[in-house]
Design a protein around this ligand. Sequence first.
Ligand SMILES: NC(=O)c1ccc[n+]([C@@H]2O[C@H](COP(=O)([O-])OP(=O)(O)OC[C@H]3O[C@@H](n4cnc5c(N)ncnc54)[C@H](OP(=O)(O)O)[C@@H]3O)[C@@H](O)[C@H]2O)c1
Length: 319
Amino acid sequence: MIGSESKSASTYTHFHKKKGSSLMNEKKIEAIRNSLAKRMVTLPDGTSLPCLGQGTWYMGENPQMRDKEITALQLGIDLGMTLIDTAEMYGDGGAERLAGEAIKGRRDRVFLVSKVYPHHAGQDMISKACEDSLQRLGTDHLDLYLLHWRGRIPLAETIEGMEKLRREGKIVRWGVSNFDTADMEELLNTPDGANCAVNQVLYHLGSRGIDFDLLPWQREHNMPIMAYSPLAQGGSLRNRLLNDPVILDLAGKYRVTPLQIALAWTLRSDHVIAIPKAVQEEHVLANAEAAAIQFTQEDLIKLDQAFPKPNRKMPLDII
Ligand SMILES: NC(=O)c1ccc[n+]([C@@H]2O[C@H](COP(=O)([O-])OP(=O)(O)OC[C@H]3O[C@@H](n4cnc5c(N)ncnc54)[C@H](OP(=O)(O)O)[C@@H]3O)[C@@H](O)[C@H]2O)c1
């Protein structure tokens, strides 16, 4: 899946040496990549993926940020965060175009995920939506195509469209996003619905609704969760993540930042793939390093006390 990555590390280091960056060196990149390679999540078809990928929401919208965003995604790939999550919605195709630039010459090392709008997820529209995404991304296939959220088009029709794309080789597998437990039950009771590979939902320490029923359901059905906004959008969705005493205490203990603690928490099981988005080079690095944090049982209990798991069904948190 990932293949040899030493060539890309040298490419990155060379590029950065030229630009005078001192944050990274080849040895450090390799060490982080090796550490991340030990934290794999398995898809229902047996494919293994690193537990950390990269988001692209808000990328590709500002031409002045273009080079920085491309460099960030390439650094992330070199560090082992080889899954890139994008969507036709982001920047009206701008994020897909940017991701396409970032993966040029690296496509074989990347697990590419994009999403279709619900109103494009019918038999007649899904082929064109997928084709347009492929063109913007400069590739001939997606590794995973997700229904972005549930709309009015019947699930059976979307699944038929996804299966056709799969037969044509345009996508390797498909999944869903923002599906709650009842939606997942319905999906599984629809013909070919069991071919769903993942459910991408909002999940961070300050939003634990899925811990009550959806996460156990997904585990029982051997289907990973892809956690979006795992940093609560840099803490802005839950300010408490940045200054909670338990998080601050653990950040001190592991000599990391509060958001690295929050990210590591989403990765505490081998059933979650988190897709933080980062443009700042130090953020990309911090995220990749967070996968190496191994909490003790006592740490996890303290975090549970500070951010309790709900004891009743909560509506799915969505942004
Ligand atoms: N399926 C869906 O409906 C859905 C919804 C939302 C998101 N998503 C996907 O999930 C991805 C991630 O979610 P998100 O973008 O909403 O939020 P996020 O990843 O939780 O947070 C991104 C924000 O955190 C900052 N950041 C990143 N790493 C950091 C670090 N180590 N320390 C401090 N700040 C850090 C980023 O800043 P910089 O960029 O400046 O570095 C950015 O402002 C999206 O990009 C998208 O691909 C999917």
